[in-house]
Design a protein around this ligand. Structure first.
Ligand SMILES: NC(=O)c1ccc[n+]([C@@H]2O[C@H](COP(=O)([O-])OP(=O)(O)OC[C@H]3O[C@@H](n4cnc5c(N)ncnc54)[C@H](OP(=O)(O)O)[C@@H]3O)[C@@H](O)[C@H]2O)c1
Length: 344
């Protein structure tokens, strides 16, 4: 006889933001209902309190976004909430948890729903010192910024080494990186394309601000002036190529994103003549022990000092405001983080 885990008490239907591409209506993004059994496989059922808006969520709602792995899909690459049931007994009903990464909001229904069901492996206990809301002000973007800083520091970076560049500085990864680096005593230089956000970046702790074009620099030369002791880049493309050309001898770039493009055109010169290192930052496949360690750091020494100020948009529920924020993030127009109150 096969063992069937008991279904926890759930409502008859779960409200969710749903993306569909098939059917006569074609591509649609709408608030609809799922039966609890449609939430997907997993041992842990969570009543979602908060989620957040990340660049990947915006892509998941586009017909050509190349992110959605199932159809229909509930997007939302991160969530925090309360455990309703856990078939593994790793957590208990009522426990406060975070879930993000793996296939969440991509190939498995994500955080833009009243309930989620996920594999136990994906669940992170909420670290002491963070509320459920705090954890989604940080969300995937804050985790990625923290993982970037963690990898740079593991390689030896320390405050006092010189200017650390953060690109895409007003976005989710960028703004949280500026705040956490400045809080740890680094000299932070923020690169942005939004002149109206300079005051915001200075309040987070940036000591200098440069324009995007200045970072890209002259791409006809294999090397530029040595400027950066380290860099946190979430933009990629021509910006990342410019960053690599301008790194100091022995310095490292932590690269996580592609808002400025997927292609990276560079030469070997920075690597073989300056010993520059390019560190890939992958929050999705990050091993569990490292993931837990980085969340602990987010609740302690990497906790941004301006968590409330990082919130550019606090969205109530799964309706039009959330859909508008998803459009804003893919347009590159988001400043700070957008948190989504779902069941809190
Ligand atoms: N590797 C991972 O595990 C991981 C995890 C999370 C996110 N990411 C990636 O990191 C990137 C940022 O994510 P996010 O959620 O922080 O997005 P976001 O909030 O939209 O921030 C991206 C920022 O990039 C800058 N930007 C946008 N379009 C640009 C362009 N065409 N050229 C140059 N700069 C541009 C903008 O900052 P300014 O206006 O200030 O320049 C924008 O605010 C995305 O590519 C995302 O997929 C990767």
């Amino acid at each position: 006889m096969s063992y069937a885990p008991e279904m926890p008490d759930l409502p008859d239907h779960v409200n969710a933001l749903i993306v569909t591409s098939s059917g006569t209506a074609g591509h649609r993004v709408f608030v609809g209902r799922l039966h609890p059994e449609q939430l997907g496989d997993g041992e842990v059922t969570i009543r979602v309190a908060w989620s957040s808006v990340n660049y990947k969520d915006g892509l998941a709602t586009l017909p050509d976004g190349k992110v959605a792995g199932i159809d229909p899909l509930v997007p939302g690459v991160d969530l925090s909430g309360e455990v309703v049931a856990d078939d593994t007994a790793q957590s208990a009903p009522g426990d406060h948890v975070i879930a993000h990464a793996h296939g969440l909001g991509v190939s498995h229904h994500g955080g833009f729903a009243e309930y989620a069901r996920v594999p136990a492996e994906w669940v992170v206990p909420l670290p002491e010192g963070l509320s459920l809301r705090d954890s989604m002000v940080l969300g995937t973007a804050g985790f990625t910024a923290a993982l970037s800083v963690h990898l740079l520091e593991e390689r030896g970076l320390a405050a006092g080494d010189g200017p650390v560049l953060v690109t895409g500085a007003t976005g989710g990864v960028g703004s949280t990186a500026v705040d956490m680096l400045a809080g740890r005593g680094y000299e932070v230089v923020a690169a942005t394309g939004k002149p109206q956000a300079h005051d915001f970046l200075r309040r987070l702790g940036a000591s200098d601000i440069v324009d995007r074009a200045d970072v890209v620099g002259d791409d006809s030369k294999p090397l530029g002036k040595q400027r950066w002791a380290a860099a946190v880049d979430c933009v990629g493309g021509a910006m990342l190529a410019g960053v690599i050309r301008s790194m100091r001898v022995g310095a490292a770039v932590a690269a996580s994103g592609n808002t400025g493009g997927m292609r990276l055109e560079t030469s070997v010169a920075p690597f073989i003549l300056r010993g520059v290192a390019l560190l890939g930052v992958d929050s999705v496949h990050c091993p569990r022990d490292l993931r837990l360690r980085v969340w602990q750091r987010l609740a302690s020494d990497l906790r941004p000092r301006h968590l409330e100020e990082l919130i550019g948009n606090e969205i109530d529920g799964l309706g039009d405001d959330l859909i508008a924020a998803l459009k804003t993030v893919v347009a590159g127009e988001m400043t700070g983080r957008a948190v989504v109150r779902i069941g809190a």
